[in-house]
Design a protein around this ligand. Structure first.
Ligand SMILES: Cc1ncc(C[n+]2csc(CCOP(=O)(O)OP(=O)(O)O)c2C)c(N)n1
Length: 287
């Protein structure tokens, strides 16, 4: 009998690619990347069966630094590409990553629809409340009055609340962490990947160059109240709207059918012994 091949256990550093991160010293995204390596190792993810997708931005460079499959798409298109990959190959572990500009500005139209379709993917947003790559313009999460080169008298736009947005759109998993506490972010990413459905993980990830919020956020980050149960959407919304602190942890989780279960694509469509992609089943959910 042929011996079954056993894949050697990978350590966090085994998920590092040969490309060194090009982020500024002190960028919060290093913490998120370290958390992702840890999470991948703890879950023993097979790099050959894992895809990290991103849009455009400093944070969206992350797939370059991970030794899995990777796909850097156009600005704001991370979610459609990630969902397409998951539908084409439901066996793939798909992790979408990017910034607040990428996800909530140009990509904002995709967010609510990705959330309500509930594909089994994890979306890790590195929220620095600024456009880092293009050198510090306001982003959709920048605070009112935020002064930048493009808003010298302060931004007159109120920030959106991404956590409330996804909760209101019907997200099945919503968590928030702080890049200054990578161990906690690791736990949240692990839970997100294990969650069967769309997992939104907002990481507060300061940009030391254009919006250094590290001390401010460290002072305002707070665990969810003792005894908090992440099963009540209204309670989660109350936490999302708090302005006295930035609560971190798992805000909400529910189990409901995934996009893949609706489309009944149980097998890899490219394998010859499995049925073709069932378009009619996919169309059912648009009725
Ligand atoms: C279609 C298009 N519009 C605008 C840009 C310019 N652009 C590149 S990255 C970016 C925003 C980046 O901000 P964010 O997504 O928050 O990521 P960060 O760099 O802060 O990590 C913009 C506006 C672009 N590349 N493509």
């Amino acid at each position: 009998m042929a011996k079954k091949k056993v894949r050697p256990k990978l350590r966090p550093k085994d998920y590092k690619s040969a490309v060194k991160p090009t982020w500024c010293p002190g960028c919060g995204d290093y913490g998120v990347l370290a958390s992702l390596y840890q999470a991948m190792a703890r879950l023993e993810l097979d790099p050959a069966n894992t895809l990290v997708v991103s849009g455009i931005g400093c944070s969206s460079r992350l797939p370059f630094f991970v030794r899995t499959y990777g796909f850097q798409t156009a600005h704001g298109r991370v979610l459609p590409v990630a969902i397409g990959a998951k539908i084409a190959n439901p066996e793939l572990t798909v992790i979408a990553v990017g910034g607040d500009g990428d996800g909530f500005s140009i990509g904002g139209g995709h967010l609510a629809h990705a959330v309500r379709r509930n594909p089994d993917i994890t979306y890790v947003v590195m929220d620095n409340e600024v456009y880092g790559l293009t050198k510090g313009q306001t982003s959709p999460t920048s605070p009112l009055g935020f002064q930048t080169k493009s808003t010298p008298y302060g931004s007159s736009d109120a920030p959106i609340n991404p956590m409330a947005w996804v909760l209101a759109s019907g997200v099945s998993f919503a968590a928030r962490g702080f890049s200054g506490n990578p161990k906690h972010v690791t736990d949240l990413i692990i839970e997100g990947i294990q969650h069967p459905g769309f997992a939104f993980v907002q990481t507060m990830s300061p940009c030391p160059t254009f919006n250094n919020t590290f001390d401010l956020w460290r002072d305002n980050i707070e665990d969810l109240p003792a005894g908090y149960e992440p099963n009540d959407r209204m309670q989660a919304l109350t936490q999302a709207f708090r302005d006295d602190a930035i609560p971190v942890g798992l805000l909400y989780k529910e189990l409901r059918p995934t996009l893949e279960s609706h489309t009944r694509v149980a097998h890899h469509p490219l394998k010859s012994d499995t049925p073709d992609f069932d378009v009619r089943a996919l169309l059912e959910i648009y009725r």
